[in-house]
Design a binder for this molecule. Structure first.
Ligand SMILES: C[S@@+](CC[C@H](N)C(=O)[O-])C[C@H]1O[C@@H](n2cnc3c(N)ncnc32)[C@H](O)[C@@H]1O
Length: 329
């Protein structure tokens, strides 16, 4: 990505192909710089669906909303941008549709998880171990809790648990111990550079240092933003908000996120056939979704060559089941 660009969206053609199939309400729960949203609006326009459609873009970061508003300005009447958390997707869609006098059944939802390139590249936001910044890491700059509260406030055991749980970091205990020792000697860890130095000194050597740095920073970011809990809520709320036949696409970037998406979708897709051997002709209860992608879709080598961020992207798509009779599709 060129320096100064806000964010280059990944898997755009795939997202459009899976999501945009009819006029209706589309929700981009992770608006970012508006790259995916713009592509959705353009696709709706090309298909002649724009007049009957509305895009609701949600982001908790005010900087993202400003960038996206400029990018989507040609589609001002077809889009509504909301500062909020995607965990509240049902309530946000309900409110916007109420204001616009529209049905709330949603045709398509996109969640492109994690942080944008803009957030990572803005040093003072504290997301990157490569840049000198504050221990912040809040996606929502109005939120009260930041990375400094964790690094300088958590006990050693809590830190170790966090780095292990949300970073799967093998040196979690040593790094936690070193942070607490540093606090005792220097009062506090003041910024990303000091934290990165502590991790470097206590990680396994060689190439593993970089892995430990990204795992520790990832763990802190997940904790600051409650990322895994809000994802679970958004997946449940998103499926609830979809109209029959509507689709939800989720792009994840690490195994903790992907596991939650995979399990949550599998759980909702499962029909209950009661105890084994009963021989029911119809299930007791039906799954509310069908998978559209059986396996997660990944980026092509060509895309990864121009947008390295696409390397770890995994896309899963589901479709809400139409309920006329039991399990009717
Ligand atoms: C990977 S970027 C999305 C980029 C976007 N698809 C584009 O084309 O520019 C993720 C964005 O989602 C936002 N975000 C992450 N978690 C969120 C949440 N729980 N609620 C609302 N926005 C969230 C971040 O602030 C960030 O702007």
């Amino acid at each position: 990505m060129e320096e100064g660009r806000f964010h280059d969206p990944v898997l755009v053609a795939e997202i459009i192909g899976f999501l945009v199939r009819k006029p209706g309400i589309y929700v981009d729960g992770t608006l970012g710089g508006g790259g995916h949203s713009l592509a959705i609006l353009q696709a709706l326009d090309r298909a002649g669906y724009l007049d009957k459609s509305l895009l609701i873009g949600i982001d908790q970061d005010s900087a993202a909303l400003g960038e996206a508003a400029a990018k989507l300005s040609d589609y001002g009447t077809s889009s509504v941008l909301v500062k909020g958390n995607f965990q509240d997707i049902s309530a946000i869609v309900g409110r916007v549709c109420g204001e616009r006098g529209r049905d709330t059944g949603v045709a398509g939802i996109l969640l492109d998880l994690g942080v944008s390139s803009f957030q990572i590249n803005t040093a003072e936001r504290g997301f990157s171990y490569l840049r000198a910044g504050a221990l912040d890491m809040r996606m929502d700059c109005d939120a009260p809790f930041h990375a400094g509260d964790i690094v300088n406030g958590y006990e050693e055991r809590e830190l170790a648990r966090l780095f292990y749980r949300y970073g799967e970091e093998p040196r979690s205990r040593s790094i936690a111990k070193a942070i607490v020792l540093y606090r005792q000697m220097h009062g506090s860890v003041k910024g990303t550079e000091e934290l990165a130095a502590i991790v470097r000194e206590n990680a396994y050597g060689g190439e593993k240092v970089i892995k430990s740095l990204s795992r520790v920073f990832q763990a802190l970011r997940i904790e600051v933003n409650g990322e895994l809990d809000v994802l679970r809520q958004a997946l449940a709320g998103g499926v609830e908000t979809l109209a029959g036949g509507g689709r939800m696409a989720v792009i994840s970037y690490h195994s903790l996120e992907d596991r939650i998406v995979k399990r949550s979708f599998a759980e909702k897709a499962k029909s209950d056939w009661g105890p084994k051997g009963v021989g029911l002709r119809e299930p007791l209860s039906c799954g509310s979704i069908n998978p559209v992608t059986r396996k997660p879709l990944v980026a092509t080598l060509q895309e990864i060559a121009v947008n390295p961020r696409a390397r770890s992207a995994k896309l899963r798509v589901i479709e809400k089941v139409f309920f006329g009779g039991c399990c009717e599709k």
